[in-house]
Design a protein around this ligand. Structure first.
Ligand SMILES: [Mg+2]
Length: 226
């Protein structure tokens, strides 16, 4: 066992956030009588991704981005709705959609036999708590660290220092960060000088200037690393 403490990202690492988000958007369009189209969904997706990237870079707050993504979406589509109400409904739908990534359940079950698993996420706390509680992987985790509750998030070093203080026995040698995001998970592991594994199912090119200790295309590959 190379790494006793496994620090997993949630969205698009263990949870299929893309699928959950698409379902939530479809439901939102139905409930608020907005037109649903693939182009419209991609538009929302771009507004959302751009704002989360700005959040990762520390350029905006989460409160701002959550409503702003719908404000931008409505401005582009020209449809009329209250962006704050859309966000509330969207978060509620997301919290109800606990869709796991392929292989996540057997992976967590197997790893929990002889590792300590923790969830580290920047996602919205209410969504994450609700979704995690209803997911079948919940019993395999020793703890959940949500940025909103910690007071800072990935990739900040302060966030990982908080995790270190909360998990006795964890060191920079026996812990592994696993996640899909270069700007939060891998950058965070670099900032905290922790080993990291980039979950890269789409086979994206490796960036310059970031230390990536391991790279996997499927979750199962983690079994031969951890
Ligand atoms: Mg992620």
């Amino acid at each position: 066992m190379a790494y006793q403490y496994l620090l997993f990202d949630a969205d698009n690492t263990l949870f299929d956030f893309d699928a959950a988000e698409r379902n939530a958007h479809l439901q939102l369009c139905r409930d608020y009588h907005l037109a649903f189209s693939e182009e419209g969904y991609q538009l929302y997706h771009q507004c959302n991704a751009q704002l989360w990237h700005e959040f990762d870079l520390g350029r905006c707050t989460k409160e701002f981005l959550l409503v702003e993504r719908f404000r931008r979406y409505l401005a582009i589509t020209g449809e009329k709705a209250d962006p704050e109400a859309l966000n509330v409904a969207h978060l509620r739908a997301l919290g109800e959609g606990a869709i796991l990534m392929p292989g996540a359940l057997p992976l967590c079950r197997r790893l929990a036999e002889d590792h300590q698993l923790y969830l580290l996420t920047n996602a919205v706390a209410s969504v994450q708590r609700q979704r995690f509680a209803r997911s079948p992987i919940a019993p395999f985790f020793r703890g959940v660290f949500i940025s909103e509750e910690v007071g800072c998030g990935k990739p900040s070093r302060a966030y990982f220092e908080y995790v270190f203080r909360a998990v006795p026995g964890m060191t920079a040698d026996n812990a592994l960060v696993i996640g899909d995001s270069l700007s939060s998970d891998i950058q965070g592991a670099n900032n905290a000088r922790l080993p990291c594994c980039w979950f890269n199912p789409q086979g994206l090119p490796r960036p310059e200037g970031l230390r990536i200790d391991y790279e996997i295309r499927t979750l199962e590959e983690l079994l031969s690393i951890a």
